[in-house]
Design a protein around this ligand. Sequence first.
Ligand SMILES: [Zn+2]
Length: 67
Amino acid sequence: MSERNISSPDFLLCCDCESPCYVFEWKEGSVAEAVCEVCGNQEVELFLTEEQYDGYAFSGAWSYRGR
Ligand SMILES: [Zn+2]
């Protein structure tokens, strides 16, 4: 039950607009609160760490937007 290796990420990614979000509260290894300044999203479930985001992209769960 060590919290030492639970470090806060530098930013979260908003699932709604896929923008990095720097306004958030990190608690015990997950997002406690977050606000996307780009689209106004405040649903913590719609924010991912960069690591999780990569996982989503690879699993195909993400609706990937081609260029
Ligand atoms: Zn957003």
